[in-house]
Design a protein around this ligand. Structure first.
Ligand code: SF4
Ligand code: SF4
Length: 496
C-alpha cells in the first residue's frame, strides 16, 4: 500500500450489554437503497425480531423490532417503540428455517428477509450483493482488519465469538458459491495468524488463506484489500471487479451465522463506544437505541458540552444527541469539544501526497476544490478519494482537506444528478415533440381521407340525381307518346 499512517490501535475490551432502553426509534431506511414499506400500525404490540417493514425488492431492506413493546409512533422516517422488559431478548418470531436443500436463491431470500446489511459501515444490502454476483464463482474477501485505529468491535467479536464468525464465513462461501476465500487480519492483534488459521480449520474451510497486513492505516479499507487480492488497483465502490470478488466484514459474517443458526434478524450490532475520557468499550446495542440512553448508561456528564461522532478518529462524522444507533454505527465517540484549530496557507510541502493511499494529489485537489474547478477535480480523480483523512493528519497547515473534498464530491454528484435530470427532461421534451408531430400528421391524414370520402359521396349523389331525373323524363315522354298515338284496329274491335 502506498502511503498510510502508522497509528496506535486500541486494544479490544469485552462485549457488554446495555440496560434496556425505555424507547427505541428505528429508522425505516438504514441501508444504501430505498426503504421497504412499513407493515405495522400505531398501537400494535411487537416482539423482538418481528418485521416492521417488508419488501420483495432486494434493494429495500426490511427493519425489525430490536426489542419487544408497543408501536407508539410511525413517522416518515422512523418507527417508535415503547419497550417492554419481558420482550427484551430475541424470540424466534415466526422464524422459518432456511429451506433444504440450500440454494443460492434461498440464501438470498433468507438474508433479505432478516434485514442483513454490511456491518463494516457502508450498509450495502447483503442479499443484493450476493445476487449481483449470482452467475460467477467469486473470491470471497473477509475483512477482519479494523480500518480505523479507534474501532475495536470486530476484534472483540473475534475474541468472544470467533467460532460463530467462521461458521458465518463458511455460510458466506456457500451462499456466494465462492471458489476461494482470503481473510485479512492486521498484524499485532491478539487474534493473530495462528489463531485465525485454527478458526479456519475448525470451521472446515477449504481454499482459505489468512493474510496479515501491516497495521498501517487504512490497510483495512475495502479498496485496499480488493486491490491486494486482484493485484491491480480497484476503484472505490467498484462491485464489478475482474476477477470477481465479493467482500464481507466479519460482523456481517457473524450476523449471517446467527440468521441461519437461530433465524435471527439483524436486531443488534456490536459497537465501540468511546467516552469523554477516551475510554473505549464494546457494547451489543439494539438497533434504534437513542444516543441519550447510551450517554446516560455510560454516566456521561453534561452532554450539551460534548461533541458526538460516528466512526473512529480518522473517518468520523459529527452526529447529534438526538440520533439513534443504526446498523451502520461501528463506533460512537463522545468527546469534549475542542477549540477550533487555526488554519494557515498551504506551503506545498507534498506531505499529503506521500500519505495518500490512493496516490492522489491532495494539494491539487484542495486548490481546485476551493476554486470549484469541476473539470480539474474530475481529471484529478476526486471520486477515488476514500476520505481516509491521512492528508489532514499530516498537513502542517491544518487544512481541512477531506471536508473540502466531501463538499466537492457532493457538489459534483448534485451537478451530475442535475445533468442527468436535464438530459432526461430533454429526451422527454423531444419525445413529446415527435409524438405531437405524429398526431398532427395523423390528424391531417384523417381530414384528407374524410374530404375524399365526402367529395366521392357528393359526386355519387349528384350522379344519382341526374340519373333519376333522366329516368323520370323518359317515363313522362313515354306516357305522352302513348296518349298521342291513334287507336290500332285491334283496339277498335275491342271497343265495339
Ligand atoms: S500537506 Fe498541507 S501544506 Fe503540505 S502540500 Fe499538502 S495541503 Fe499543502
Ligand atoms: S482523504 Fe482522500 S486525498 Fe486525502 S489521503 Fe485519503 S484518499 Fe488521499
Amino acid at each position: 500500500m502506498h502511503g498510510g499512517l502508522k497509528l496506535q490501535h486500541r486494544p479490544a475490551s469485552d462485549i457488554e450489554t446495555l440496560p434496556t432502553p425505555p424507547t427505541l426509534r428505528i429508522p425505516i431506511q438504514q441501508h444504501q437503497g430505498p426503504a421497504a414499506p412499513v407493515i405495522v400500525t400505531v398501537g400494535e404490540s411487537v416482539v423482538c425480531g418481528q418485521p416492521l417493514s417488508m419488501s420483495t425488492d432486494l434493494r429495500q431492506v426490511p427493519v425489525h423490532a430490536s426489542l419487544g413493546g408497543t408501536v407508539t409512533d410511525i413517522s416518515r422516517t422512523d418507527i417508535t417503540i415503547t419497550t417492554n422488559d419481558s420482550c427484551a431478548t430475541w424470540q424466534p418470531w415466526q422464524a422459518s428455517p432456511l429451506p433444504n436443500p440450500h440454494t443460492q436463491q434461498s440464501y438470498i431470500n433468507h438474508f433479505h428477509q432478516r434485514g442483513l446489511v454490511g456491518l463494516g459501515g457502508a450498509c450495502f444490502p447483503v442479499a443484493a450483493k450476493i445476487d449481483a454476483h449470482k452467475n460467477t464463482t467469486p473470491t470471497l474477501v473477509i475483512n477482519a482488519a479494523e480500518c480505523d485505529p479507534d474501532i475495536c468491535c470486530d476484534e472483540a467479536l473475534l475474541q468472544q465469538c470467533g467460532a460463530a464468525v467462521f461458521d458465518g464465513v463458511a455460510i458466506a462461501m456457500q451462499a456466494t458459491a465462492a471458489s476461494r476465500c482470503v481473510v485479512f487480519i492486521e498484524q499485532g492483534k491478539k487474534t493473530d495468524t495462528a489463531a485465525m488459521q485454527k478458526l479456519v480449520s475448525d470451521a472446515g474451510l477449504h481454499n482459505t488463506d489468512v493474510v496479515a497486513v501491516p497495521a498501517i492505516y487504512p490497510s483495512g479499507a475495502e479498496t485496499q484489500m480488493l486491490s491486494h487480492v486482484s493485484g491491480q488497483r480497484v476503484a472505490r465502490n467498484s462491485y464489478n471487479t475482474s476477477p470477481p470478488m465479493i467482500s464481507f466484514n466479519i460482523g456481517t459474517c457473524y450476523a449471517m451465522s446467527q440468521s441461519i443458526a437461530a433465524g435471527q434478524p439483524l436486531v443488534a450490532r456490536i459497537t465501540t463506544v468511546i467516552d469523554h475520557n477516551s475510554r473505549a468499550r464494546n457494547f451489543s446495542i439494539p438497533i434504534g437505541t437513542p444516543l441519550s440512553h447510551l450517554a446516560a448508561s455510560l454516566g456521561l456528564p453534561d452532554t450539551t458540552a460534548l461533541e458526538i461522532f460516528s466512526g473512529g478518529r480518522m473517518m468520523r462524522r459529527e452526529i447529534t444527541l438526538n440520533s439513534v444507533v443504526t446498523k451502520s454505527h461501528n463506533c460512537i465517540e463522545f468527546t469534549v469539544a475542542q477549540p477550533p484549530v487555526s488554519v494557515r496557507e498551504c506551503i506545498r510541502c507534498g506531505l499529503c501526497a506521500d500519505a495518500c493511499p490512493e496516490k492522489l494529489q491532495p494539494q491539487q485537489l484542495y486548490i481546485n476544490a476551493k476554486a470549484h474547478n469541476e473539470s480539474a477535480l474530475v481529471a484529478l480523480n476526486l471520486n477515488s478519494c476514500i476520505e481516509c483523512r491521512c492528508c489532514d493528519h499530516v498537513c502542517p497547515s491544518k487544512l481541512p482537506l477531506t471536508a473540502l473534498y466531501q463538499q466537492a464530491k457532493t457538489d459534483l454528484a448534485v451537478k451530475h444528478r442535475s445533468k442527468l435530470d436535464a438530459d432526461i427532461a430533454k429526451q422527454r421534451f423531444d419525445k413529446r415533440a415527435l409524438r405531437l408531430q405524429r398526431l398532427e400528421a395523423q390528424k391531417a391524414d384523417r381530414l384528407a381521407a374524410k374530404k375524399d370520402t365526402l367529395s366521392n359521396k357528393k359526386s355519387t349523389s349528384t350522379l344519382n340525381k341526374k340519373q333519376l331525373i333522366e329516368q323520370a323524363l323518359q317515363r313522362a315522354q313515354a306516357k305522352k307518346q302513348h296518349i298521342a298515338a291513334p287507336a290500332s284496329p285491334t283496339n277498335r274491335e275491342a271497343d265495339q
